[in-house]
Design a protein around this ligand. Structure first.
Ligand SMILES: Nc1ncnc2c1ncn2[C@@H]1O[C@H](COP(=O)(O)OP(=O)(O)O)[C@@H](O)[C@H]1O
Ligand SMILES: [Mg+2]
Length: 224
């Protein structure tokens, strides 16, 4: 199946509010590398939460791997790196490997006949941080933490990765690093990527750029 995620005529409002998304149509297909931009408050994070099933649209359908979101169970196929990296208290005494393994989905565990040590090594290699495995998360730089959060999402071997402003708050070299990593995950592993960002470097390498303004989605760039 080529279409992984599809939104059909989706409209959404928070309780008591007006629609902040109106008749949104969107397809994320295998191999995609899509950037979603739009002003602050234009409902980009809300759109991701609708895909992740943590919010339900009042109208329209969210289809995940051919199933309606409410019936979908294979959540491990969708990796997610949220906008709030500060939900980890830096003084929380968890190590990098613990943070990664805590995200291991039960059904992915069964699917992969799990070998924690090997799998943690693999995802840390992928994000270029093999030596950080036993470090406490509070000892990481912002860029390293963001990479660990990507490794944490990759531990379930997702087919698509959703990221919400992954390079916000990073310095220029960490931004470039992360941009290169995401391109590599897409081109080498074939991981589909859908990400909210204003990062010019990432926008430059995106195959498609979508913009959300006043509840409507428009396409600003498409190479296919
Ligand atoms: N839980 C919530 N309840 C009510 N309104 C919300 C909630 N979360 C976000 N909003 C509002 O919805 C709008 C879109 O928010 P958000 O999706 O976070 O935008 P973006 O990610 O594009 O900055 C904003 O006006 C925000 O204040
Ligand atoms: Mg947001």
């Amino acid at each position: 199946m080529n279409t992984m995620i599809e939104l059909k005529e989706v409209s959404f409002h928070y309780p008591g509010g007006n629609n902040i998304l109106e008749n949104i149509n969107l397809k994320i297909v295998r191999g995609d590398y899509i950037v979603l931009t739009g002003p602050n408050g234009s409902a980009k994070t809300t759109l991701l939460k609708l895909i992740l099933g943590s919010l339900k649209p009042q109208a329209g359908e969210v289809i995940l791997f051919g199933q309606e979101a409410h019936a979908f169970r294979d959540w491990f196929k969708i990796g997610y790196v949220s906008q709030k990296t500060n939900f980890f208290n830096p003084s929380f005494p968890a190590s990098v490997q613990e943070i990664i393994w805590l995200n291991k989905a039960k059904n992915a565990l069964v699917a992969s006949k799990s070998d924690p040590q090997k799998e943690i090594e693999e995802v840390l290699d992928l994000v270029g941080l093999p030596e950080k495995r036993f470090k406490k998360i509070g000892q990481l730089s912002g860029g390293e933490l963001q990479r660990v959060l990507i490794a944490r999402a990759l531990i379930n071997c997702p087919e698509v990765l959703l990221l919400d402003e992954p390079t916000a708050n990073l310095d220029k070299s960490a931004q470039e690093n992360l941009s290169n990593l995401l391109v590599k995950l897409n081109s080498d592993l074939g991981l589909s990527v859908f990400m909210v960002t204003h990062d010019e470097k990432i926008k430059g390498s995106a195959k498609k750029i979508l913009e959300l303004t006043e509840g409507k989605l428009s396409c600003k760039k498409s190479t296919s």
